[in-house]
Design a protein around this ligand. Structure first.
Ligand SMILES: NC(=O)C1=CN([C@@H]2O[C@H](COP(=O)(O)OP(=O)(O)OC[C@H]3O[C@@H](n4cnc5c(N)ncnc54)[C@H](O)[C@@H]3O)[C@@H](O)[C@H]2O)[C@H](O)CC1
Ligand SMILES: [K+]
Length: 520
């Protein structure tokens, strides 16, 4: 049972894949009406818990408005309406479509025969306490036009709780884009399997609290449909913990537990170097070397007494002019290199140098900006070791403006970028997406706006670099390590925000919560 839950919590499907899975269930002779009854029963039981029929004693019944669309999303809503009616809710139906699918139409007739009122005017529902949105689900084909568009806008303006079935009506199932207009749900019950749209940043304002309703889709059908397609998966606690370098072997030494070289900081951005280094420290990396401009050396020593601080010659502007590694050391002495935070755009030669190395490399922040300036993206494909790029949307657009637009479809964009560069690309956002060059994608399904704060990305770069260095001798896919870093970072943010509010998660504090996430 646990296995099913874990598997289901990782799976992400497109509308087309969901239709194919559904098709297999119906081909095996599950009656459509029976499936609708089952799904709606599960939804209705959840609704009863969230909003009871008599929320306040002696103050009457809960009044619920049911928004019914022409397809089976509307059918689901009508079954829910019927059950709520029997359980004591005061139910009103809004149905303004002249043509309904057969099953939906039958449920409407039956609901009306029970005495549930049905209206074509929304105003008749204005005093409802909450709404069930069954206008459109998977079957939305085009932008919603008037009069339905103005109905949706009107309901949103009432600011009452709305529970959407399968998807907030108006959202594109895959891209999460608003087609015309969309319901702003308080809760959304995603049916059966997570749809891709739930993991796209642009949908989040509309989805509210998302919950998966598992209605026992046979896993064999899911596997049959997903087999050859480039897979998209949600990162879970179990997937993340499985790649952590824990527990350590009893007999080991510091160089066996990874040697990371950080290249970061400038006279202007000294703090970024400290935060990156503290992120790396939290990864548990065996040995940490940090290359900074000479003038930052003492500062870094005082913050990280355990690290080897390499002072480098500076440009006039206080950026690293070139790497000056200690005697008998070259870039191949390290298991991984993480380069970028706080460099400024003057550290060009550093980026040129690390790209040509044969070590696993993370490029972030100014490392990416310099890369964009150099226009050397095609040369990344020639690298012998793994490359990880960690842009936010702005950096992504500067790097990949002629490939894909993350504002339209972040998942497609990150896949194109990874394929083009041969790198693992992590596109930062509320739902960070990570693609490998073959188009396999991990999406981080949980985060917090508390992390939208200066320095929080620097912490991620250090953490990721430290994990990559430790994994160097292990057979773990790079994208899996990147996913673990993203999960660990966001969970630390969530934990810190729970204890300190969303305003209390400065980047330094964040580094102090990293260990708490995995020691809990
Ligand atoms: N996936 C499952 O296993 C189950 C899904 N169920 C529910 O069924 C819907 C999908 O039903 P479907 O009838 O295919 O689609 P919709 O209800 O979303 O609506 C299609 C309907 O709407 C018309 N239409 C599409 N776009 C527009 C538009 N912009 N303006 C006006 N009309 C539009 C279209 O022509 C169709 O008539 C799924 O989401 C679940 O809620 C099952 O009940 C359980 C199993
Ligand atoms: K809906």
């Amino acid at each position: 049972m646990q296995d099913r839950q874990e598997y289901i919590s990782q799976v992400v499907v497109t509308a087309e894949q969901m239709r194919d899975i559904e098709g297999r269930i119906f081909a095996a002779k599950m009656p459509v009406a029976a499936l609708m009854e089952k799904v709606a029963g599960l939804i209705f039981r959840r609704i009863q818990v969230i909003i009871p029929p008599y929320p306040i004693p002696d103050q009457g019944k809960s009044r619920v408005g049911i928004l019914v669309g022409p397809g089976h999303n509307g059918g689901d809503a009508l079954v829910v309406a019927r059950e709520l009616h029997f359980r004591g809710y005061e139910v009103r139906i809004y149905s303004a479509f002249s043509k309904l699918k057969e099953l939906t139409s039958q449920h409407l007739h039956y609901a009306q025969s029970l005495g549930i009122p049905c209206y074509q005017e929304l105003t008749q529902l204005s005093d409802c306490d909450f709404f069930i949105d069954g206008l459109f689900g998977l079957g939305l084909e085009k932008a919603i036009a008037n009069p339905i568009a103005s109905t949706i806008n009107q309901i949103n303006n009432w600011h009452k709780p709305i529970i959407s079935i399968d998807l907030p009506s108006g959202l594109h199932t895959d891209t999460g884009e608003v087609l015309g207009t969309a319901i702003r749900a308080t809760y959304t019950f995603c049916l059966g399997l997570w749809k891709l749209g739930f993991l796209q940043d642009q949908a989040l304002d509309y989805i509210g609290k998302a919950e998966l309703i598992d209605f026992d889709i046979p896993l064999a059908d899911v596997q049959a449909v997903l087999q050859d397609a480039p897979q998209i998966k949600r990162i879970t606690k179990a997937t993340a913990l499985s790649t952590l370098p824990l527990p350590r072997p009893p007999v080991t030494h510091k160089y066996k537990e990874g040697h990371l070289l950080l290249i970061c900081g400038s006279r202007r951005y000294a703090g970024g170097a400290i935060l990156t280094a503290l992120g790396a420290r939290a990864s548990g990396v065996g040995m940490l070397s940090i290359a900074v401009p000479e003038s930052l050396k003492q500062l870094l020593v005082s913050h990280l007494p355990e690290a080897l601080i390499i002072g480098c010659p500076e440009t006039e502007t206080g950026a690293i002019a070139h790497l000056q590694l200690p005697e008998k050391t070259d870039l191949s002495s390290f298991n991984a290199i993480a380069c970028g935070p706080g460099l400024t755009k003057d550290a060009t030669s550093i980026v040129e140098q690390v790209i040509t190395s044969d070590r696993s490399l993370v490029l972030d922040a100014d490392g990416l900006n310099i890369l964009a300036q150099l226009g050397t993206i095609p040369t990344l494909k020639k690298r012998q070791a793994a490359t990880v790029l960690t842009p936010h949307t702005g950096e992504f657009q500067r790097l990949f403006h002629d490939i894909a637009d993350p504002k339209e479809d972040r998942v497609k964009a990150v896949q194109s970028a990874a394929m083009q560069t041969g790198a693992v690309v992590l596109l930062k956002g509320a739902r960070t997406a990570i693609s490998n060059p073959q188009g396999f994608v991990w999406i981080n399904p949980e985060s917090t706006p508390a992390l939208a704060r200066g320095g929080s990305g620097d912490v991620l770069t250090g953490l990721l670099g430290g994990l990559l260095a430790q994994a160097a001798t292990k057979q773990i896919a790079v994208e899996d390590i990147v996913a673990t870093a993203a999960w660990w970072h966001s969970q630390a943010g969530i934990l810190a925000a729970q204890e300190r509010t969303e305003l209390g998660v400065d980047a330094l504090t964040l580094t102090q919560y990293l260990m708490k996430v995995v020691s809990n």
